[in-house]
Write a protein that binds this ligand. Structure first.
Ligand SMILES: Cc1cc2nc3c(=O)[nH]c(=O)nc-3n(C[C@H](O)[C@H](O)[C@H](O)COP(=O)(O)OP(=O)(O)OC[C@H]3O[C@@H](n4cnc5c(N)ncnc54)[C@H](O)[C@@H]3O)c2cc1C
Length: 387
């Protein structure tokens, strides 16, 4: 067995680290967090490194599907800024992975070249005020009228809708009783007539504002229905299709990035901070905390890499991706909270990155399919009898 990373991914990490060291400083990151706004041009800057092409087929101007590269990019960006990684996900995953997998030929030609160059940003419009984990119960309704679709309803937690070009929106396109059968996915420009956007403040992931999207007779062309005629009323199978496995890795990759940054900071701090006449790294309880977080981080990296390799090589991976989402996100939260303890009061104060790592990591087990939902998935996929 060879656990080493391939040369391309190693090179990609070095490229990203050089870029981040040169172009992204702590003041910028603190400002994005404080103002709940990351400039859209940052996507264009990271696209110049070629990373937005990692989820776009070569035929459409990308580098071909490279899930290992995609995961490494999210992790490296998140080590510096979770929301910088977030806008990459909005482009490369919400946009390119989905369009490449489920778009019509026309949609691929229209959207993928601009996604590969970082010129398009997608937001996800799945959740609603009364719809969280149980996505098949969405109520936002879409009615077909010839070559247009009219949408009415309410979407919640739509991260970055206000800065996006399209909301990748899950809608009810038929009778609610049919549950999984009458759902469709429609690309809705947030600037469409009839849309009102409101911001819901969150404690972490600040920089990509979380929007409520209220839709009142919003009209979009039928050409924006993902998969076209074949996709109408097949939204659930598109959502739960092969792209889902790659998508389940986005949040654990973010979590590993945050945990790595927190561990590096606590490790360094323990060697600078002196109490009782010596460096705190010499105190056994601090040494044990740091040994614990390094061990947990190594386990997280292995879980994530193994799942990513399975998805990358197109092997069945539903169990591994759910396990990675569950284990890495829960463990990253433990890691970061331990690192915060090492910094004492400085881990709780504004102006220190640790406080932001804590706020950001807390949401990792909540969104992208909560930890409880992943446990359900794992037990079901491994065919544990229900009675
Ligand atoms: C910062 C942030 C950004 C977000 N961005 C987006 C976005 O861009 N687009 C989008 O569509 N959504 C987004 N969301 C919403 C997110 O995906 C949901 O929070 C998530 O799906 C969980 O839904 P819920 O919070 O409504 O919890 P609920 O589904 O109401 O669950 C509440 C609790 O019950 C548990 N639970 C629910 N059902 C079960 C079950 N069957 N078995 C066991 N336990 C269960 C959950 O684990 C949780 O602990 C975002 C949320 C946040 C906080």
């Amino acid at each position: 067995m060879d656990f080493s990373e391939n040369e391309e991914t190693q090179g990609l990490r070095q490229l990203l680290r050089r870029f981040l060291d040169k172009e992204v400083n702590p003041e910028m990151i603190a400002r994005w967090d404080r103002e709940d706004c990351i400039p859209r041009e940052m996507l264009k800057r990271i696209a110049e490194l070629g990373v937005c092409g990692l989820t776009v087929p070569e035929k459409y101007g990308g580098l071909g599907r490279d899930v290992l590269g995609m995961v490494a990019t999210i992790e490296e960006l998140a080590r510096r800024s979770t929301v910088l990684a977030g806008i990459y996900i909005m482009n490369a995953c919400y946009g390119s992975l989905n369009i490449a997998e489920s778009g019509t030929d026309e949609q691929k030609q229209r959207l993928l070249p601009s996604l590969a160059t970082g010129d398009l940003l997608f937001a996800y419009g799945l959740s609603e005020p009364d719809v969280g984990s149980d996505l098949a119960s969405v109520k936002t309704g879409a009615e077909r009228r010839g070559e247009t679709v009219i949408i009415n309803g309410y979407k919640r937690w739509c991260s970055g809708a206000e800065m996006s070009d399209y909301i990748y929106m899950l809608v009810r396109s038929g009778e609610p009783q049919a549950r999984y059968k009458n759902l469709s996915i429609v690309l809705v420009p947030p600037t469409s007539r009839g849309i009102t956007l409101q911001t819901v403040g969150t404690m972490g992931m600040r920089g990509i504002p979380t929007n409520d999207v209220i839709l009142d007779d919003v009209e979009v062309p039928f050409a924006n229905v993902i998969g076209g005629e074949a996709g109408w009323n097949r939204g659930w199978s598109l959502l739960a299709g092969p792209t889902l496995e790659a998508e389940k890795l986005e949040v654990p990759a973010l979590a590993v990035g945050i945990a790595e940054a927190a561990v590096a900071e606590a490790w360094e701090y323990s060697q600078q901070r002196k109490q009782f006449g010596g460096r705190i790294c010499a105190i056994q309880s601090i040494r044990h905390m740091l040994a614990d977080v390094q061990t947990k981080l190594a386990a997280c990296r292995l879980m994530l890499t193994h799942a990513a390799w399975k998805v990358h090589t197109a092997q069945p991976s539903a169990v591994e991706t759910s396990m990675a989402k569950l284990f890495v996100c829960d463990t990253a939260r433990e890691i970061v909270l331990t690192c915060q303890q090492v910094l004492g009061a400085y881990g709780y104060a504004h102006g220190f990155a640790m406080e932001r790592y804590v706020r950001d990591v807390l949401v990792m087990p909540i969104f992208g399919g909560s930890s409880a939902i992943q446990k359900n998935n794992i037990a079901n996929l491994m065919r544990l009898p229900r009675e």
